[in-house]
Design a protein around this ligand. Structure first.
Ligand SMILES: Cc1cc2nc3c(=O)[nH]c(=O)nc-3n(C[C@H](O)[C@H](O)[C@H](O)COP(=O)(O)OP(=O)(O)OC[C@H]3O[C@@H](n4cnc5c(N)ncnc54)[C@H](O)[C@@H]3O)c2cc1C
Ligand SMILES: *[C@@H]1O[C@H](CO)[C@@H](O)[C@H](O)[C@H]1NC(C)=O
Ligand SMILES: *[C@@H]1O[C@H](CO)[C@@H](O)[C@H](O)[C@H]1NC(C)=O
Ligand SMILES: *[C@@H]1O[C@H](CO)[C@@H](O)[C@H](O)[C@H]1NC(C)=O
Ligand SMILES: *[C@@H]1O[C@H](CO)[C@@H](O)[C@H](O)[C@H]1NC(C)=O
Ligand SMILES: *[C@@H]1O[C@H](CO)[C@@H](O)[C@H](O)[C@H]1NC(C)=O
Length: 550
C-alpha cells in the first residue's frame, strides 16, 4: 500500500532516469568481485554440506557460491530494499537452497563445525537487510539459507488448520487457504510478497488483528532446526522455545522450516471501504477522533489511517488522511456500524466494496482485486530503497500536536513519507502481555509506522539525507508516543535503536537497548531461553537476543 502511494506520488512530481537497471547490476558485479576468495574454512563447509546432503560439487543444486552463474540472480531474487545492495555490507559466501528439512539441518551442523554463520531468509523483506547481508566488523564468511524452496501449503479445511513451509509468502497462504475454504482465513499482513518466516515469528499485524490477534497468536505448532542441528516440533522442544518463536524473532533461535496455523472463520463476503480527507476537509479532527474510536470499535470492524503530505510545496501542500476499513459483514451492517460509532467519517454506500476476504488484501494494497492469482507472484514489486521506524501510542495525540506534526511533514524537502496508523483493541487487548513473546497488548491505542522510500539510483548522499530526515521526525514524535521504554515493533526493524557489530559477542546489557523496546518485559525471558538453547550465540545478528547474563 505505502509503496504504491509513494510511487504514485513520486512519479506525479518528478521524472526518473531509467538507467537504474544498468547502475544496479554494476554495483552487484562490484560486490561479488570483492567478496572473499574461498579459503579452507569455506571449502570444508562446502564439502561437509555436499556430503551431508548427497550432492556433488560438479552438480550443486542446493548450495551456490559466487562462482555459480545463478548466484546473483538467486541473491537478488527476494531483496525488496535495494539500499543494501550498495551499502558496502558483506554479502554471503554461500546461498543454500534447501529442498527438504534435512538440508537446513546440514547447514547448521556444517556451519557450526566449520565456523560459517547462517542468515535465514524467507521472504527477504527484512527492513535492515539482516536476512541476507552482514554489517559485522569481523567480516566472517556467512551463508544465506534461502527457504523459498520449502513452501508447501497443506490445508485441512475440516480441522481448520494448515501446515505451511516457512519459505511461503503470506499471499501464497491466503490464496491456498481461500481455495480450500472460502470461509477460512489467517490473520497476517496485507502485502502479499512478505515471507511468513519473518512476519509470523515477529508478530504479524493486519486487518484481522482486532478480531483474532496477530499471526503469532494463531500458530499452534512449528518445525525448527535448533543450534544442534536437531529438527524439533512443539512436542519435542521446550515450551518456552515455542513461546519465544512467536513474537521473539525466530532468527535468534534457529531455522523454522514450517508452521502449523490455526485458521480463523470469515464470512464468504466482507465489506471494505476507503475515504480520503484533506486538512480543508477536516482531516485533523477526524484523525483526532479516530484515535479513541478505532481501538474500541466492535471486533468485526477494523479501520486504519494512512497519512501523507501531498501536493507541490509550498502553496498546494496539504496533509491527506485515508481511512481504510474492513468489516466482517454486509455493506448494510457496515454502514450501520459506522453510523453508530464513527458517524463523522461519513462513509457512503458507494465508498464500499463487497469482496471475499482474500480479495481485500489486494484492495487494501491499492491493486486490482479481480484476479487473486497475483497473490502467488513472489517477485519483488518495486525497485526502491526505503527506511521505516515505528511507535506505539497510548494516549490520544491532541489536535494542536497534530498540527505541529503536519508542519514538520509539510516542510520536509524529503518527501514522500507515509505514516500508517494501525488500530489496536479487541483481541489484542484481551491476550496477556506474556502469553507469547509478542508483547504489545492492552494500553496501546495504535501503532504508527513511518516509511520513506526513494529510488535506488539516487546518489548515496540522498540516502543519508532521507535517513537524517526520518530521524528528525522520529525525535519530533517523542513527546507523543510511548515512553520508558519507547516501544517499537520488531517487524519494522530499525537499526537506529542500537546494534552490535562483533559477531557472536553481543552482551545482554548492550542488547537491552533494542531488546527492551521490541519485547518490553518479555526480553529477559527471551534471553534466558536463548541461554538454554543457543548458549554460544551461533544464531547471531546485529540486533539479536544474546544469552542472558545478570
Ligand atoms: C512491503 C512490506 C509490507 C509489510 N507489511 C506488513 C504488515 O502488514 N504487517 C506486519 O506485521 N509486517 C509487515 N511488514 C514487515 C514484515 O513483516 C517484516 O519485514 C518481516 O520480518 C519480513 O519477513 P520475511 O520473511 O519476508 O523477511 P526475511 O528478510 O526473510 O526475514 C526477516 C527476519 O526473520 C528471519 N527469518 C525469516 N525466516 C526465518 C525462518 N524460517 N527461521 C528463522 N528466522 C527467519 C530473518 O533471518 C530475518 O531476521 C511489511 C514489510 C514490507 C517490506
Ligand atoms: C527491477 O530491476 C531489475 C534489475 O535491474 C529488473 O529486471 C526488474 O524488471 C525491475 N523491476 C521493476 C518492477 O521495475
Ligand atoms: C571461485 O573461483 C575462483 C577462481 O576461479 C577460485 O579461486 C575459487 O576457489 C572458487 N571458489 C569456490 C567457492 O569455488
Ligand atoms: C496549485 O494548484 C493549482 C490547481 O491545480 C495550479 O493551477 C497551480 O499552478 C498550483 N500552484 C503551484 C505553486 O504549484
Ligand atoms: C480485472 O480488471 C482489469 C482492469 O479493470 C482487467 O483488465 C482484467 O481483465 C480483469 N481481470 C479479470 C480476471 O477479470
Ligand atoms: C491473473 O493473474 C495471473 C498472474 O499475474 C496471470 O497469469 C493471469 O493471466 C491473470 N488472469 C486473468 C484472467 O487476467
Amino acid at each position: 500500500m505505502w509503496v504504491h502511494y509513494i510511487l504514485r506520488l513520486r512519479s506525479a512530481t518528478r521524472s526518473f532516469a531509467m538507467a537504474s537497471a544498468v547502475m544496479l547490476s554494476c554495483f552487484l558485479f562490484f560486490l561479488l568481485c570483492t567478496s572473499h576468495a574461498a579459503n579452507h574454512q569455506q571449502t570444508n563447509f562446502l564439502n561437509c554440506f555436499l556430503e551431508a546432503t548427497g550432492g556433488s560439487s560438479s552438480s550443486p543444486s542446493k548450495i551456490y557460491t559466487p562462482n555459480t552463474t545463478s548466484f546473483s540472480t538467486l541473491f537478488r531474487s527476494s531483496i525488496q530494499n535495494l539500499r543494501f545492495l550498495s551499502s558496502g555490507a558483506e554479502t554471503p559466501s554461500f546461498i543454500i537452497l534447501p529442498s527438504v528439512d534435512n538440508d537446513a539441518q546440514a547447514a547448521v551442523v556444517c556451519g557450526r563445525r566449520h565456523g560459517i554463520r547462517l542468515r535465514v531468509r524467507s521472504g527477504g523483506h527484512d527492513y535492515e537487510g539482516l536476512s541476507y547481508v552482514s554489517f559485522s566488523s569481523t567480516d566472517g564468511p556467512f551463508a544465506v539459507v534461502d527457504l523459498s524452496g520449502l513452501r508447501s501449503i497443506k490445508v485441512d479445511p475440516a480441522a481448520r488448520v494448515a501446515w505451511v513451509g516457512a519459505g511461503a509468502t503470506v499471499g501464497e497462504v491466503y490464496y491456498h487457504v481461500a481455495a480450500a475454504s472460502p470461509t477460512a482465513a489467517f490473520p497476517a499482513g496485507i502485502c502479499s510478497t512478505v515471507g511468513i518466516g519473518g512476519q509470523f515469528s515477529g508478530g504479524g499485524i493486519g486487518s484481522l488483528q482486532r478480531k483474532y490477534g496477530v499471526s503469532a497468536d494463531n500458530i499452534v505448532d512449528a518445525k525448527l532446526v535448533n543450534a544442534e542441528g536437531e529438527l524439533l516440533t512443539r512436542e519435542t522442544m521446550e515450551e518456552d522455545l515455542f513461546w519465544a518463536i512467536r513474537g521473539g524473532g525466530a532468527a535468534n533461535f534457529g531455522v523454522v522450516v514450517a508452521y502449523k496455523l490455526l485458521l480463523v472463520p470469515v464470512p464468504p463476503k466482507v465489506t471494505v471501504f476507503s475515504v480520503t480527507r484533506t486538512l480543508g476537509q477536516g482531516a485533523t479532527r477526524l484523525l483526532h477522533s479516530w484515535q479513541s474510536i478505532a481501538p474500541r470499535l466492535a471486533d468485526d470492524l477494523w479501520i486504519r489511517a494512512l497519512v501523507r503530505a501531498v501536493g507541490e510545496a509550498p502553496v498546494n501542500r496539504t496533509i491527506q488522511a485515508t481511512f481504510q476499513g474492513l468489516f466482517l459483514g454486509t455493506r448494510r451492517a457496515t454502514l450501520a456500524a459506522i453510523k453508530k460509532s464513527f458517524p463523522e467519517l461519513r462513509v457512503r454506500a458507494e465508498d464500499c466494496n463487497k469482496l471475499s476476504w482474500v480479495e481485500t488484501n489486494l484492495y487494501l494494497d491499492g491493486r486490482a482485486f479481480n484476479n487473486t492469482s497475483v497473490l502467488l507472484d513472489r517477485r519483488q514489486v518495486y525497485n526502491i530503497s526505503f527506511k521505516a521506524k515505528s511507535d506505539f501510542v497510548r494516549k490520544p495525540i491532541s489536535d494542536k500536536a497534530w498540527e505541529g506534526i503536519w508542519k514538520v511533514m509539510m516542510e520536509a524537502e524529503e518527501e514522500p513519507l507515509v505514516m500508517i496508523l494501525e488500530p489496536w483493541g479487541g483481541r489484542l487487548w484481551e491476550i496477556e502481555d506474556d502469553a507469547i513473546a509478542f508483547p504489545h497488548r492492552k494500553g496501546n491505542l495504535y501503532n504508527i509506522q513511518y516509511i520513506m522510500a526513494w529510488l535506488e539510483t539516487e546518489a548515496a548522499a540522498s540516502t543519508e539525507r532521507h535517513l537524517t530526515w526520518m530521524r528528525r521526525l522520529y525525535d519530533y514524535m517523542a513527546p507523543h508516543v510511548s515512553t520508558n521504554p519507547r516501544a517499537a515493533y520488531l517487524n519494522y526493524k530499525d537499526i537506529d535503536l542500537g546494534s552490535s557489530r562483533e559477531e557472536g559477542r553481543t552482551s545482554y546489557k548492550e542488547a537491552s537497548a533494542w531488546g527492551r523496546r521490541y519485547f518490553l518485559r518479555n526480553f529477559e525471558k527471551l534471553a534466558k531461553v536463548k541461554a538454554r538453547v543457543d548458549p554460544e550465540n551461533y544464531f547471531w545478528n546485529e540486533q539479536g537476543i544474546p544469552p542472558f547474563a545478570a
